[in-house]
Write a protein that binds this ligand. Structure first.
Ligand SMILES: Cc1ncc(COP(=O)(O)O)c(C=O)c1O
Length: 380
């Protein structure tokens, strides 16, 4: 068997890094539901596991594969993307100064704002991708963390990861990137100097909309990582073994799904630009996108499956979403089936996205069916 480092990531992923059951040599590793693991007479754990809140053998193949794909030191699965993200913030000292982007996953932003009102963090936000604005808000020697989300959900804003790392590291702050939308197929923030990557594995990593999961991948084994590991083991924000098993099954087709969805998303975005009642299209693969040049540098093999666009007002956005027949109106993204959402309707008064923004999560269906559906809903 060749070394994984000699094989292409798509090969390693399809074969789940050669994971198999060591006893039966089954090619698909088994689902191990057991919470406890037997000690030997000297009190040690010969199987390497003690209790599932700490580790379960079913997590391991996913964690190894995700660490390999991100070129990181180690990965840890969590019960959700939010659980993974919150663990990073909860391990900062009380009152820590953190910088977040203006546009980011809204539930995390709401939680951070709530926590900062309670004094847990001192929060500053800075426009996505604006390095001069970041230089203004960052406090050298004080700021602990710069959080990046690129592309951002749902505005598809692009942040220059290596530029951000340079500014943050000079100030003594760490950089953690929410790479959910890009996936490690398209960009690998650790290679660009980030300290940690986070994903909602609920999305394209699993790809089948039937698992809630999150993952953190660290560039190196340091004190922060040790604290995060201990935190997961103590609080038990762990994924269930069945979810971990499903996640590995989904991961095997990651490269195919990401390539197909990105190619279709590009075509949909180009089509939307030509539709008269679409006032703005947000997709990093479009030459007119503000972050296109940076996206060309740090995204490879596509620009992701999320396309957002604006129409003329809240009511029109709501009408367009209701008129779609192939895109299903539901919360989430990154599945094989295409979904749509009128974000302002979902986020309510607390939203900071334009009231007429419609977010598409492009799946793997035939592009003609998706394009026809959009045209009929927009042009009626
Ligand atoms: C970019 C991004 N980050 C994090 C999350 C949170 O992930 P989860 O729903 O798995 O908790 C989401 C969920 O939509 C997301 O879109």
């Amino acid at each position: 068997m060749p070394k994984h480092s000699d094989l292409k990531p798509s090969t390693v992923t399809a074969q789940a890094m050669g994971a198999r059951d060591p006893t039966t040599r089954a090619i698909i590793p088994p689902l191990i539901a057991s919470a406890p693991y037997e000690r030997s007479s000297d009190g040690s754990y010969p199987g390497g596991h003690s209790y599932t809140r700490d580790q379960n053998p079913t997590y391991k193949p996913c964690e190894k594969l995700l660490a390999h794909l991100e070129k990181g030191h180690e990965a840890l699965l969590f019960s959700s993307g939010m659980a993974a993200a919150v663990t990073v913030f909860e391990n900062l000292p009380f009152g820590a100064h953190v910088v977040i982007p203006e546009y980011m996953y809204w539930t995390l932003r709401l939680w951070l704002e709530e926590m900062s009102r309670k004094g847990r963090f001192v929060l500053d936000s800075s426009p996505n991708g604006d390095l001069d604005a970041l230089r203004e808000v960052i406090r050298p020697g004080v700021t602990k963390l710069v959080w990046v989300e690129t592309p951002s959900n749902p505005t598809c804003a692009i942040t220059d990861i290596s530029g951000t790392v340079e500014v943050a590291h000079q100030a003594g702050a760490r950089v953690v990137v929410d790479g959910t939308i890009a996936t490690p197929v398209i960009s690998r923030p650790l290679e660009l100097g980030a300290d940690m990557v986070m994903h909602s594995a609920t999305k394209q990593l699993n790809g089948h909309s039937d698992v809630l999961a999150g993952v953190l991948i660290t560039a190196c084994d340091d004190e922060d990582w040790a604290n995060i590991k201990q935190d997961r083991s103590i609080r038990g924000a762990v994924i269930g073994p069945f979810e971990a098993w499903l996640l590995l099954r989904g991961l095997r087709t990651l490269f195919l799904r990401v390539a197909k969805a990105s190619e279709t998303a590009q075509q949909i975005a180009e089509m939307l630009v030509e539709v008269p009642n679409v006032t703005e299209v947000f997709y990093p693969g479009l030459a007119l996108h503000r972050g296109h040049d940076v996206a060309l540098r740090q995204m490879h093999g596509g620009f992701g499956s999320i396309v957002s666009f604006r129409v003329d007002g809240y009511n029109e956005a709501s009408r367009v979403v209701r008129a779609l027949r192939v895109f299903r109106n539901a919360t989430s993204l990154g599945g094989v089936e295409s979904l749509v959402e009128h974000r302002a309707q979902v986020e309510g008064l607390q939203t900071n996205v334009p009231e007429d923004l419609v977010r598409l999560s492009v799946g793997i269906e035939d592009v003609d069916d998706l394009a026809t559906d959009l045209k009929q809903s927009l042009m009626t």
